[in-house]
Design a protein around this ligand. Structure first.
Ligand SMILES: CC(C)(COP(=O)(O)OP(=O)(O)OC[C@H]1O[C@@H](n2cnc3c(N)ncnc32)[C@H](O)[C@@H]1OP(=O)(O)O)[C@@H](O)C(=O)NCCC(=O)NCCS
Length: 194
């Protein structure tokens, strides 16, 4: 287990997720989404996106690039990064193209699938997960990071140096879509910049 991140005091800790965490993550994600996105999305958008856009990506867990945050042995948050092309969504119906590996010297790493339990929001957990992911991406040789943020996630990333690259929508079917925002930041290195 990794040392607790400084912004969070024990007994909160971050560790790499394992496949045994999937049931806890499948319980957490709907709670997080329904509890923390209601100011920015309608309930119809949220329910349509659950399971499609907001779902567990086991590939991240298998790649050892997904973290969970625990308090008292309970999973209260999850978030990760990826060395693969996909920028969002669960692992169902993933195409080979989405699964393809990125070249860290040429392409940005992906920040992926951040979900915090509503009772633990605004305690610095999202920020701590993001720092953990960025450190891991740097260690894997990435110089840049991109992500597709929900409108609920945008303030977290904006407050951590990410800039808006593009606003777009994810089609949800049934005439619904989900406004999201593609964001990115330089992680440092290569050209000498911090
Ligand atoms: C987005 C999310 C992961 C943020 O997690 P969090 O642990 O609450 O975020 P933090 O406490 O680390 O916030 C760090 C900073 O981000 C910004 N921020 C985070 N949430 C914010 C909000 N709702 N409104 C305004 N600013 C916010 C603030 O600057 C905050 O610092 P502060 O609390 O000192 O002001 C969480 O809201 C969540 O799980 N949302 C539902 C699922 C989702 O949409 N995930 C994003 C996928 S891209």
């Amino acid at each position: 287990m990794m040392a607790p991140t400084s912004v969070m005091t024990p007994p909160i800790s971050i560790r790499l997720a394992c496949l045994q965490d999937v049931p806890a993550l499948e319980r957490l994600i709907p709670l997080s989404v329904r509890g923390l996105q209601s100011a920015v999305y309608s309930s119809a958008q949220i329910e349509a996106a659950l399971g499609l856009v907001f779902a567990v990506d086991r590939q991240l867990i298998r790649d050892r690039t997904y973290f969970v945050v625990e308090e008292g042995g309970a999973v209260i948050a999850g978030g990760g990064w990826s060395r693969r092309r996909a920028v969002c969504g669960g692992d169902h119906a993933r195409s080979d193209e989405d699964d393809a590996s990125l070249d860290p010297t040429q392409e940005p790493g992906r920040v992926r699938a951040f979900f915090v339990h509503p009772e633990h929001a605004r305690r610095g957990i999202g920020r701590a997960l993001l720092l953990e992911c960025e450190n891991a991406m740097r260690a894997a040789g990435f110089f840049d990071a991109v992500l597709v943020a929900t409108l609920a996630g945008e303030p977290l990333y904006a407050s951590n140096g990410y800039v808006v690259l593009e606003r777009e929508t994810v089609p949800l079917g049934g005439g619904l879509d989900l406004p999201v925002v593609r964001m990115g930041r330089h992680l440092g290195g290569r050209d000498g910049t911090p």
